[in-house]
Design a protein around this ligand. Sequence first.
Ligand SMILES: Cc1cc2nc3c(=O)[nH]c(=O)nc-3n(C[C@H](O)[C@H](O)[C@H](O)COP(=O)(O)OP(=O)(O)OC[C@H]3O[C@@H](n4cnc5c(N)ncnc54)[C@H](O)[C@@H]3O)c2cc1C
Ligand code: SF4
Ligand code: SF4
Ligand code: SF4
Length: 1002
Amino acid sequence: MSDVMHPMPFDQLMDWILSEYHTRGTIFGISRMPRRDPGSARPIFNGRLETPFGPAAGPNTQLAQNLVASYVAGARFFELKTVQKMDGEELAACVNKPCILAGDEGYNCEWSTELTVADARDEYIHAWVACKLLARELGLGDPDGFVFNMSVGYDLEGIKTPKVDGFINDLKDASGTVAFNEAIAWAKANLDRFNNVDETFVDSITPHVSESITESTLHGCPPDEIERIATHLICEKGLNTYIKCNPTLLGYETARGLLDSLGFSYIVFDRHHFDEDLQWADAVPMFQRLAALCRERGLEFGVKLTNTFPVDVTRGELPSEEMYMSGRSLYTLTLTLAQRISHEFDGKLRISWSGGADALNIRGLVDAGIWPVTMATTVLKPGGYERFSQIAYAFAQQDCYRFDGVRVAAVDALVEDMHQNARYKKPIKPVPSRHIDQRLPLMDCFTAPCRHDCPIHQDIPGYLRAVEEGRFADALSIVLQRNALPFITGTICPHTCGISCMRNYYEEHVHIREFKLEAARRGLAEVLPELEAAPAVEGKKVAVIGGGPAGLSVASFLSRAGVDVTVFERQKTLGGVVANVIPDFRIAAESIANDIELCRAYGAKFELGTDVRSAQDLLEKGFTDVVVAIGAWAPGHPVIEGAQMLDALEFLQQFKADPASCMLGTDVAVVGAGNTAMDVARAAKRVPGVKNVRLVYRRDRRNMPADEEELALALEDGVEFLELLSPKALEGTTLTCDVMRLGEPDASGRRRPEPTGETREVVATSVIAAVGERVEPSVYKASGVLLDQRGLPEVDDTLQTSVAHVYAVGDCRRGPATVVKAIADAATVTEALCGYDFDFCSASNIEADYDRPLAGRATLTQEVESLVKSRCLGCATACETCCEVCPNRANVAVRVPGLRQRQVVHVDGMCNECGNCAVFCPYEGGRPFRDKLTLFWTREDFDSSHNSGFLPVGEVEGSEYLVRLNGEVATYDVDNPACGLPKAVRLTIVATRDEHPYLFER
Ligand SMILES: Cc1cc2nc3c(=O)[nH]c(=O)nc-3n(C[C@H](O)[C@H](O)[C@H](O)COP(=O)(O)OP(=O)(O)OC[C@H]3O[C@@H](n4cnc5c(N)ncnc54)[C@H](O)[C@@H]3O)c2cc1C
Ligand code: SF4
Ligand code: SF4
Ligand code: SF4
C-alpha cells in the first residue's frame, strides 16, 4: 500500500547500494561522500565520533537506507527513531498523512516509528552492518567511528514491556538476532562484491550496536516518571543516558516573547503544555541527581535540547489539531534554553543538540561545547542528506577532544547573534505560495519556477549563467530579448521571480534583479552599437500614445521587429512615472536614460511635448494601429470627503523636481500602505523641516499591500507605522482616526478591519493620500473605447480594445501596476501586431552539462550578496528536488537514453506518504509520490494504489509489464516501440529495468 513502507531485506539493501555505487558513483543518490582521516575522532561513551553530528530521531532515521544515506554523506551520530510499545499498523493508523511540512521552519505531526518495534530493530541492525561495510570498502572512515543512539518512550511501563525491553537488549547486543546474523552471513557470502572487505573484517563487526539512549517523554509526563525512566535506563540497563527536554521548560512568557520578537507571532500555542510539562524548579535538582547516578556508574549523562515544540494547527497546515515545530524558530527557543541551563550548571551539564542546526550555525554550537548535534529540518529541505556533506567537510579538521564542558560565554555570544541575525527573523508579511500555478506532469517535469513567476518569462537561468561566466554582453542580449528596460527593472522591479525561486529553501532567493542590472551595466557598451532592427515590415505604421515604460517597450519591441513606430509623449521627457515621480533615491536618472537609449536604438521615432486627445485622430492621420499607453494619473478616491489632502503623485513630482519646494511642516501623515505610500513616506522624511512621518493604515503591517522590501526600507528610514487606524476627519493639524481591529478574512483573504468604537488623534501638519491612482478616461472616451466599471478598457487577449486597431497597455489598461507588467503588455501587443517570436533565447536556460547544476546542490552559503556566484540551482536543466528531499529515498532520477531530462520514478514500497516531496515540488498541488511514474514491488501494492505506474508481469528482466496510465490498466511489451505506451513512459520503464534493476524487489 502506498502509505506503508516496506523495509528491504539486507541482501536487497546491499545490492542496491553496491549496484548504484558501481554504476552511478552514488549511494541512494548521494554523490558527495566525505572521507574521514583515520584517528580524527572525538571520544564519546566508549566509542568515537568522526564528526559530531547526524540525523535526529525522526523521518531521517526510520529505515536502514536513511541511516546509510546519512552515513555516506558524513554523519556519524545517529539518533534512531523513537520506539515505544505502540507500533506498526496500530501506530501508523494514528499518524495522519501528510505529516511533514518543512518549507521554512518545520512542522510535523509524526510520532514514533511506523514500523513494528521488531522491524525497527532489524532496520537499525542492518544499517549498522551496512555502514561498517561501507566504511571499510569505500574508505569513508574508521568503521568504529560512528555511534548509534537509541531513543525510547514514552512511559516506564511501556519501556519495561518485553517488546521495548527486548529492543534495548538486542541493540546493546545483537549477536543473538536473526537480523545481525543474516547480515553477517550475507557479507561473508558476498565477499567477491567487495575489494577491501574480507572475512576477518566481517568477523570484527561488533554486535554492540548501541550503548546510549535518549529518553523521550510525552508532554505532561510528571517529573518523577521522567526520573524513574532515566533511573531504570541508567541502573537497570547500564546505558549512557540523555533526557530530551521540551522547550516548554523556558516558560510561556519567555517562549511567546521570543517568538513574537523575531516575527513568529503567527505561531499559535497556549499555556497548557507549559503548565503541565516539567518545570525548571523540578528539572534542575533532577538533572543533578541523575548526573551523579551516572558518574557513580561510569556512564555519561546529559540533556537533549530540545524536543520539537507543540503548537496549534490553525490554517490547515497539517491534518491534525496539534503539530510539532522545528527548524529555525526552534533554534531560537533551544538556544535560549541552552543558555539558561549552561549558566545554571556552569557549563558542566552535557548538552546534546537538536533544534534548527544547519551548515551555517553548527560550528558555533560545537565550538561552544554543545555536541553531538542532530538535525532533521535542514536535511528535509532541497539538497537533503547531502547537506550533511558540507558540514562534514567543514569538520574535516576537527579537534579530537572528549566533552570538557559547555563554554558559557560562547553560548551567550550565540544568543546575542541570534537576536541580530536575519536568518532567525521571519519577514514582516506572510510568505506567499512558492509554487507555480501549473500541473505537475507525469514525465519531463523540470522547470525554472522563477521564469514562470516573471510576468515576461525572462530566461533567468540563461542570463544568470552568462553573468557568472563573465559573458556580460550575452547576458544583456538574453535579457533584452524579452525585457526592453533592463536598467529600470534591474533597479526597481518587485522581482516576483524571487517568490518561487528554489534557492529560498537554502538561504534566500537568488538576487536575480541585481544580476540583471549587472548584465546591463557591464554589457551595455558592447551591446548597444550592435542592436539592429529586423527588415522593415510593410504595411504597418503604429502610433503609441505615452512614453512611459509601456510606451517605450512597445516602441522598442516593434521597431526591433521592423515596424515603423512613433511615440507621442505629452511631457518633455520620456520615462513616465519612473522618470517624473519615483524618487531619485530609488532610481538614478542615468539608469532611466540608459533604457531610453536602448529603446531608441532600433529606430523608433519620438515626438515629445505632444498631448494626444484621441486615438481616432492618429488613425485618421494614417497610422494603421494605435497603442494607448497613458498610465494612471488621476487622483484616487478622496480619503475624507472635502478634506484638504495632497495627492501622492502631485507631491512626488514636486519632490523630484525640488524637495526644498515642498512645504509639509513638521508632522506628515501618509494615508495608504501600498508601494506608492512607502515612496511618499520615505520622500517626506527627506523634505527639509519634516520631523515625523506617520503612515496611517486600517490594517496591520502584516496585511499591508506594499512589498516586504519597501516596508522594510520605510521602517529603516524611520517612518512610523500607525496600524489599525482609519482616518475619519481632518481639522487643522488634527487627523482623527477610528481605531480598528481585524475581523474575519474578506474576499482578498486578508482579515477585514472593523471599528472598535474608539478614536485616536494624530498630529498632521500635512496629510498625503496614497490610496491608488485612477486612469484618466478622456482619451478612451474621445476614441470611443468601452470602459468597464473600474474605468478600465475592455480588451481581448491581444489587448485590442472595443475599437479595432486601438490597443491599450500598461497602467492605463490594468490600473496602477508595475513596470514589468507594462513590458508584458508591450510584448503581447507586439506579438499581435507583427508575430514577433520572443522565445528566441529559451534554449539558454538549459545547460549542456546536466551534472553541473547538481554539483552545486546542498551547499548553504553566507555569500548571498555576491554578484559573482548567483547561487542559481539551474532548475530548468535538472530539478530532482523530490529525490533529494525524500527521507526514505523513494524517488529516483532515472537516466533514460533518448530523453534529455532524467525521469523521476517513484518507488512505492519505500514511501510512507509523509508528503515532504510535495512541499518542495515547484508545481502547485504537485505530489511526486502520487503524480510521478511509480514502480510497484507487488501486485497487491499495484492494486491498492491509483498512481500511474508499472509492475513486471514475470521476471524483472522480461518485457511484459503491467502498466496503469491515467487509471487504465493493461499489459504491454515494453520492448516493442509500437506497444501503445507513450514513448517517454515506455523508455523510462525500459531504462529502469535495464539500468536500475536493483530498484525492483527480488
Ligand atoms: C510612486 C510610485 C512608485 C512606483 N514604484 C514602482 C516600482 O518600484 N517598481 C515598479 O515596477 N513599478 C513601480 N511603480 C509603478 C510603475 O511606475 C508603473 O506601473 C509604470 O510606470 C507604468 O507604465 P506606463 O507606461 O503604463 O505608465 P506611466 O509611467 O504613467 O507613463 C504614461 C506616460 O503617458 C504620458 N501621457 C499620458 N497621457 C498622455 C496623452 N494624452 N498624450 C501623450 N502622452 C500622455 C504620460 O506623460 C506618461 O509619460 C510605481 C508607481 C508609483 C506611482
Ligand atoms: S534557483 Fe535559479 S533556476 Fe531555480 S528558481 Fe532560482 S533563479 Fe530560477
Ligand atoms: S516519496 Fe515523498 S511522500 Fe513518499 S516518503 Fe518520500 S518524501 Fe515522503
Ligand atoms: S520536485 Fe520532482 S516531480 Fe517536482 S518538478 Fe522537481 S523533479 Fe519533477
